[in-house]
Design a protein around this ligand. Structure first.
Ligand code: ADP
Ligand code: MG
Ligand code: MG
Length: 345
């Protein structure tokens, strides 16, 4: 039976462009004998534009066939009418990966790929995520958090909070984002002040973390309640850290698959990754990222509930190495979405 698959992409977040790259790749990989593909493009302003069914893989996302007047109401109607069997939100960051779109799809009782409302929202907010990791006894770096209001009311106290608890170097990040957007490494007060300014442009809440010197290891998880682990990969940023440019523009950050690490570290990381997955009640897919410090400590950095998903991104490459090619990976995710939906009924 053919599956009517609706792809949601674009989105009202700083990761809009990344989402477009992903959509293009997913459309190119889907078997048109098995799937009817319906694109829905979300503009940076947050308008949902419904496309016509695709009859061929798109070379460029701009070549997708869009109909309608760009009004969101028509899209809502087509979602309500259950025109689609499965929705695949290919969205990163706020208003896509953070449980908001997932909530909409839940309310409409539609099967969708990936994490549910709770895991998506808890995974998007780095402070909440780290609080949950702490509860699950997962080792991680020390951190503090602040709101823009706290900072504006007493800037000196806001800087001192990070300096007293963490010292330098530290990392300042918007609480709710990904793709390294708005993140700075700071080695002194001047940089810390600039980093707060920057991070508060993206979010009303920020997290400041103790900076570690460490190898960066990543693992993919796939499944619902009992996820499977992929092999482990390592990222070797050529820059100071794995920033937005290194992730999406340079293309010269080395991804080493499988990572050259001991059996012990592998076992330890797989166990911790599954603990993190279950602690946040994840489903579908997760990429769990760790730091392996110079003295051999394995610290969880974050999980990503909608990891980079082009064929050249870590998550698909990890599964490719495990024998799951990109088109099959997409089909597995769609099956997991249907499975979870049926369990809920
Ligand atoms: P994002 O969700 O945007 O990927 P991360 O928390 O993974 O944010 O940070 C992006 C990158 O910054 C990491 O991949 C790593 O290179 C670097 N980094 C982040 N936090 C730390 C830290 N506490 N110590 C050292 N490096 C860090
Ligand atoms: Mg992230
Ligand atoms: Mg990251």
């Amino acid at each position: 039976m053919r599956t009517k698959l609706c792809l949601l992409y674009g989105g009202k977040s700083a990761e809009h462009q990344v989402s477009l790259q992903t959509a293009k790749a997913v459309i190119g990989a889907l078997d048109l004998n098995k799937f009817d593909i319906y694109p829905i493009y979300i503009t940076t302003e947050g308008n949902w534009i419904e496309g016509n069914k695709l009859t061929a893989p798109a070379n460029e996302v701009s070549e997708l066939q869009f109909a309608g007047d760009g009004q969101s109401s028509a899209v809502a109607q087509s979602l309500i009418s259950k025109k689609y069997d499965v929705i695949f939100p290919l969205l990163h960051g706020p208003n896509g990966e953070d449980g908001t779109v997932q909530g909409l799809l839940e309310v409409m009782n539609l099967p969708y790929v990936g994490n549910g409302v709770l895991a998506s929202s808890a995974g998007m907010d780095k402070v909440i995520m780290k609080n949950i990791f702490a509860q699950a006894n997962l080792p991680q770096v020390n951190y503090v958090w602040l709101t823009r209001k706290m900072w504006e009311e007493n800037k000196e106290a806001a800087y001192e909070k990070a300096e007293k608890v963490l010292g330098y170097p530290c990392f300042v990040k918007p609480a709710n984002l990904g793709s390294s957007v708005g993140i700075s490494k700071c080695t002194n007060r001047e940089e810390l002040e600039a980093a707060y300014e920057e991070a508060f442009q993206f979010d009303r809440k920020i997290i400041v973390e103790e900076g570690v010197t460490a190898r960066e290891l990543e693992i993919g998880l796939l499944g619902n309640e009992d996820p499977q682990c992929s092999v482990i990969g390592e990222i070797v940023p050529k820059k100071e850290f794995y920033d937005y440019k290194a992730k999406y523009e340079d293309g010269n950050t080395a991804l080493i698959i499988p990572a050259e690490i001991s059996e012990d570290v592998q076992t330890n990381m797989k166990r911790k990754a599954v603990t993190a997955f279950q602690a946040l009640d994840c489903s579908g897919l997760v990429r769990a990222d760790f730091f392996l410090t110079e003295n051999g400590e394995l610290l969880i950095n974050e999980i990503n509930t909608m990891p980079g998903f082009t064929p050249f991104s870590m998550f698909p490459l990890l599964w490719k190495h495990a024998g799951v090619e990109y088109p099959l990976l997409i089909e597995k995710l769609i099956d997991l979405a249907k499975e979870r939906h049926e369990e809920k009924q």
